[in-house]
Ligand binder design. Structure first.
Ligand code: CA
Length: 219
């Protein structure tokens, strides 16, 4: 398994990484919650401390859950029932109180990872909405039969939006998928590329803004 160990304490973090590594896993130490939010796609499961230097682990978990279903086990010194319930309700798959027993923690990681593999939705290769035709395989977009030249970022926006036509896609999901960074610096870039895309397609109403959330392709 590729494991992220989100832990600011060097002693605990290094011990966990070493214990996972000697058991044949590929463990990576991350010190801050923000590191996990930008790198979560590379991991099969996450071990998450709650007391982190840049944000509370529960906040990090809530942000992560906006864009990812990666299995997360909270490993923390907080052993009171209220914290455990908040962690599980907040989207953790399991909760372990420090100090963790390594074999038990690994068994729990295997457990949550086994349950986690969602079946990927089949992707439509060609999406036709009104007179707009998107060929995802060929990376071509045509409006009224005329090819439209999109930049790489504009095409990626189309790709993500047309995965499920008619469904709402949040700004966080778009930023995470396209820039790998749902929460930090790219909000303005998204606006810029969205404006460019809409201008090129010239079909008002094709991409609807959902205020305070994101966008929807078609209806
Ligand atoms: Ca800590």
């Amino acid at each position: 398994m590729r494991l992220a160990v989100v832990e600011d304490d060097d002693g605990v973090g290094e011990a966990l990484v070493e214990a996972f590594t000697v058991r044949g896993h590929h463990a990576t130490r991350l010190r801050r919650g923000a590191d996990l939010l930008t790198a979560h796609r590379g991991f099969d499961a996450v071990v998450l401390d709650l007391g982190l230097p840049d944000a509370d682990g529960l906040t990090v978990l809530r942000q992560l859950r906006e864009v990812s279903t990666v299995p997360v086990i909270i490993v923390t010194a907080r052993s009171d029932e209220r914290s455990i319930v908040r962690g599980l309700r907040g989207g953790a798959d399991d909760y372990v109180v420090k100090p963790p027993r390594i074999a038990e923690l690994l068994a729990r990681l295997e457990n949550v990872t086994r349950r986690a593999h969602p079946v990927a939705a089949p992707t439509e290769r060609v999406v036709v909405t009104g007179d707009v035709r998107v060929d995802l395989e060929a990376r071509r977009v045509e409006v009224a039969g005329v090819p439209v030249a999109l930049t790489a970022k504009e095409f990626e926006l189309v790709q993500v939006l047309t995965e499920r036509p008619g469904a709402a896609v949040s700004r966080q999901q778009l930023m995470d998928r396209i820039w790998g960074d749902a929460f930090v610096a790219v909000s303005r870039s998204l606006d810029v590329h969205m404006t460019g895309l809409r201008a090129k397609l010239d079909r008002p109403g094709l991409i609807t803004t959902i205020r305070g959330y994101g966008y929807r392709w078609g209806d």
